[in-house]
Design a binder for this molecule. Structure first.
Ligand SMILES: [Cu+2]
Length: 140
């Protein structure tokens, strides 16, 4: 009578362990972010869609070519929290309301690394950027 119980509990523990390991690995992948290289379309525009969540951009590493227009579709998947998308050196600043999708267009002329981030914050709390809402645009 005891044996099946022991093996059942062992099995349950193994399943829980596997789920935990899978969950931790999935989280690690999310933290590592995603990198994409944009290819110009037939019209010469380099397009990508970025998903905004609290507090991340996905993908959060983009590589583009200098001198060609970049068009980013920014899609927020939050229900309440508003975000934005800022590249200070390129004078890009775009608000993205909760659950909204907006496009932002700019043409980077100067090769180099640029950071994009969200500077939203609640009064005394850290900004979204400080919570990790930051990405990198590599202009080549
Ligand atoms: Cu934000």
């Amino acid at each position: 009578m005891n044996k099946p119980c022991v093996s059942r509990s062992l099995w349950a523990r193994t399943v829980i362990w596997i789920v935990l390991v899978a969950w931790v690995n999935a989280a690690a992948v999310a933290w590592a972010g995603e990198a994409v290289t944009l290819e110009p379309g037939t019209d010469g525009v380099q397009r990508a869609t970025i998903t905004l969540d609290s507090y991340s951009y996905s993908p959060d590493r983009l590589t583009v070519q200098a001198g060609k227009p970049v068009e980013l579709t920014l899609t927020s998947v939050t229900t309440i929290t508003p975000h934005n998308f800022i590249i200070k050196e390129l004078t890009v600043e775009q608000d993205v309301g909760a659950g909204k999708t907006v496009t932002v267009r700019f043409t980077p002329m100067q090769p180099g690394p640029y950071l994009f981030y969200c500077d939203k914050k609640l009064l005394f709390l850290p900004s979204h950027r400080e919570k990790g809402m930051e990405g990198r645009l590599e202009v080549r």
